[in-house]
Structures are given as C-alpha cells and as structure tokens.
Design a protein around this ligand. Structure first.
Ligand code: HEM
Length: 423
C-alpha cells in the first residue's frame, strides 16, 4: 500500500512543519495504517517512509545495508539531483560531511572528533559553558518584562558555546549564524539570503553561494590552525591525518561545516521549543522551580518534544526486508524522527509534554553508527542554561504567537515572545 498523495505531500511540506499539527496528524495516520510504505510527493523520487521507532532502529543498526552517501541524505526535489552532482563532480550531496559518509571513511573521520565530545572530556568545559550561560541570562533579565526568547537567547547561546568549542572568534559568530540558517532554512524567506520565496534552482544557487562563503572562511581557518595548533575542535580537524595524509578539501570543508552548523541550530531550536512549552504550562514551570533535580528529565523531554532534526535519508545497498516489506537495492528511505518520537508503541501520551518518562526513549539524536556526535554537549549546555535561568524567574507566559521556521529538515521555533517576572 502506498501512502495517499495528500499525506505524502504533507510530510515533505515545509509550511506544514511550520504549522506543526498537520505533520503530526499525517504521521499519526501513517504509523497506524501504513508504518512502512512508499510516498511519492510531487517532484520527488519515491521513497519509503520509516515512521516507527523500532523500524528506524532496525535500519540504523545496519549501516552497511542502508547507506547515507549513495543518494541525498535529506529530502530533495528530483530536479535538484543532477544540479548537485554537476556542482560536486558526481556526488549526491553538496557537503561531504560525516552524515553523507559510509564505511571506513566514516569511521576514520568520526574518530577525529569523537574523543573530545565524550561526557568525560566535556566535563572540562562545564565552567566555561556556565560562564557563557550566565552572561546570556543576565542580558535576558535586563530585557524584563518581555523578550523574544528565540532570537534573544536560544539562537545566540548555543552558537557561542559551539564556536568556543570549535575555536571560532566571537566577532565571526553573526557570519556563522547567517550561513547556518541559509544552509538549513533555504525555504524560509526570513532566513535565506535572497529574502524571498525561491524556486528550487534559486535555492540551490543560494546554497552554492553560501558554500563558497563557507569554503573561503574555512580555508583561512585551516592555515591558522596548521600554523598554531590548539586543542579546539577546528584545530583537530585541520591537523587530522588518516593513513598519514591530511583530510582532502571536501572532507575538511564537510567536517567544519557539519560541526559548525549541526552544533547550534539543533540545540537552539530545542531550547526555544522548551521555553514555548514552559510558557504554555504554568504547572510544568512550577514543577521545575520546585524540583531543580528534574532538569535532566526536562531537557530530555524537550529534545523529544521539539525533534529539531525532522529526518535523514538512507538508501539500500542490497535487496532486503524490514518489518515484512521488501526493500530493493537502491531504494531511498526517509527516517522520520518526528514520527518516531510520537510513536504510541513507545511513548505513553506522546502528544503530552511529560518529564516523568523513565527512561525517555527519545530517538531525536538518531541511533547507531551515525548517532549524533554532539549529543552530550547538547544535553550539557541546555542543562546549564536552565540551571542558571530558573532560579531568577517567578513567572513566564507567552506575549504573542510563537512562529516556527519554514523548513522540512532542521527546524523549530524561530520566534518565542514571552513576558516574565523576576524573583
Ligand atoms: C548527527 C540530532 C546537536 C553534531 C545527528 C543526527 C541527528 C542529530 C538526528 C543523525 C543521526 C543518525 O543518522 O542516526 C541532533 C539534535 C541535537 C544535536 C537533536 C540537539 C538537540 C548537535 C551538536 C553537535 C552535533 C551540539 C556538535 C558538536 C553532529 C554531527 C553529526 C550529527 C557531527 C553527524 C554524525 C555522523 O554522521 O556520524 N545529530 N544533534 N549535533 N550531529 Fe547532532
């Protein structure tokens, strides 16, 4: 059974993700009636929709059977593919980053940064991150009684944290923020470089120009860190050698770009979404104030709630079977983290924000060989922000209607106007 056209269209529609409910409703039906089935939205190559938590784990456990790099790793229009292959000299992804690598190359490159993002290694950063959190909290308190929590705090704090970890100077942060938003949100007129609704060819051209800017910037970074190495992540990347050779240009650029971009938009969206949830739920805010020990559970549920990475794609390297469905070599597959994090088979009341899920089996960081490299950093920085902010706040409420980014890939709330009182 194929997924009916209207549902297939909804789950790829950037505006439906901005609206929120239509996507959740579509996936609710898909999970119940056709949990692993083919969608063929207009203008796209058909793909399997993997909507259940268990099936996503099955696919992600087999990285040799389900590849990342043979086709686009995120949803894209059919007409884009030849353009991307033309620009890259044959590769299906504009950026050759960890998420579009497979096999030994993926293992070798992941190992470059992995040791610096383990919970143990991150402990050394706790004080620096707390200092950053304190400064953003102080700025927010000065804005009392109102602020746009998304633009004033949630988008700036994770950016400062990741740039510190990477070794990017503070004056370059606005440039990095702009480029990340262009890369992830090319459909949103407020965030893309042309500031308008763009057609696919214009979007791709905008992305290509963004990439050129990023490449120019990171070319200088490589030189700088090869001359003066530090223990910051960009220096590890610049100086990494695999089999005695530096990473090639595409590997280097891909690595810098994924670390810089995946490292903040995701966390920003989650932080903004958590505040939105709190502002609408006075009992939840009271609970957090009364029991600060619940902060980890709050962070975990905010990640499940927001699901800032809506999907990644895979393609089958051989004929195989998942949940009784016959997948053919070459088939394209959408792993919907949005859907899996609302899976009724795993979560009681999946559409409720609950901090009593023990354990919280959210799968918003993915699973298996490609599981998010920054998951411990993301959790830690969010915990620290809430630890610093909650003791100052007496009440919070929405001061307007929050808005989400128009995107079907990495996205979440872009405006969260709040009114707050202080203790
Ligand atoms: C990969 C989500 C924060 C760096 C991923 C994947 C997801 C994800 C879903 C793909 C996993 C898979 O294919 O199984 C998130 C969420 C975050 C977050 C929800 C915050 C709430 C971060 C941060 C960093 C980061 C802070 C920066 C250090 C990466 C990298 C990969 C990745 C480098 C590629 C890993 C690979 O392919 O081997 N993330 N991420 N992420 N993330 Fe995150």
């Amino acid at each position: 059974m194929n997924i009916p056209a209207h549902l297939a269209q909804t789950i790829v529609d950037s505006r439906a993700y901005a609206a929120g409910d239509p996507v959740d409703e579509a996936f609710r039906t898909i999970r119940a009636e056709m949990p692993l089935a083919v969608a063929e939205p207009e203008g796209m190559e058909p793909f399997w929709v993997v909507s259940r938590h268990a099936d996503i784990m099955t696919v992600e456990k087999q990285p040799d059977v389900f590849h990342n790099g043979d086709k686009s790793t995120f949803l894209t229009l059919k007409e884009m593919e030849p353009m991307v292959r033309f620009i890259t000299g044959g590769e299906p992804n504009l950026v050759r980053s960890l998420v579009s690598l497979d096999g030994q190359e993926h293992k070798d490159l992941r190992a470059v940064v992995f040791p610096s993002v383990t919970p143990k290694a991150l402990r050394g950063l706790e004080d620096d991150i707390r200092k950053i959190a304190k400064s953003f909290v102080a700025e927010m308190l000065e804005k009392a009684p109102e602020c746009d929590f998304a633009t004033d705090v949630a988008f700036l704090y994770p950016l400062r944290v990741i740039m510190t970890v990477l070794g990017v100077p503070q004056e370059d942060e606005p440039f990095m923020l702009k480029l990340t938003q262009e890369l992830f949100s090319s459909a949103d007129p407020e965030l893309n470089r042309d500031r308008k609704e763009v057609n696919p060819a214009e979007a791709l051209d905008g992305l290509r120009r963004t990439m050129e800017d990023l490449e120019a910037y990171f070319g200088v970074v490589t030189e700088k860190f090869r001359t003066n190495p530090t223990d910051q992540v960009n220096s590890l990347i610049a100086n990494a050698k695999v089999n005695g050779e530096y990473l090639n240009r595409r590997q280097l650029m891909g690595y810098y770009i994924i670390a810089a971009t995946a490292g903040h938009d995701t966390t920003s969206n989650t932080t903004a979404g958590a505040m939105w949830a709190l502002a609408e739920r006075p009992h939840l805010f009271e609970q957090m104030k009364a029991d600060p020990g619940k902060v980890n559970a709050f962070v975990e549920e905010s990640i499940r709630w927001v699901v800032p990475v809506k999907h990644f794609m895979r393609s089958a390297t051989q004929d195989t079977e998942v949940s009784g469905q016959k997948i053919k070599a070459g088939d394209w597959m959408m792993l919907s983290y949005q859907s899996a994090n609302r899976d009724e088979a795993v979560f009681d009341d999946p559409f409720e924000y609950r901090i009593d899920r023990e354990p919280n089996r959210q799968i918003a960081f993915g699973y298996g060989a490609h599981v998010c490299l920054g998951q411990h950093l993301a959790r830690m920085e969010m915990r620290i922000l809430w630890e610093e902010l909650f003791p100052h706040l007496k009440s919070i409420e929405l001061a307007g209607t929050p808005q989400r980014t128009i995107s079907n890939f990495v996205c979440g709330p872009k405006h969260v106007p709040i009114r707050f009182t202080l203790n």
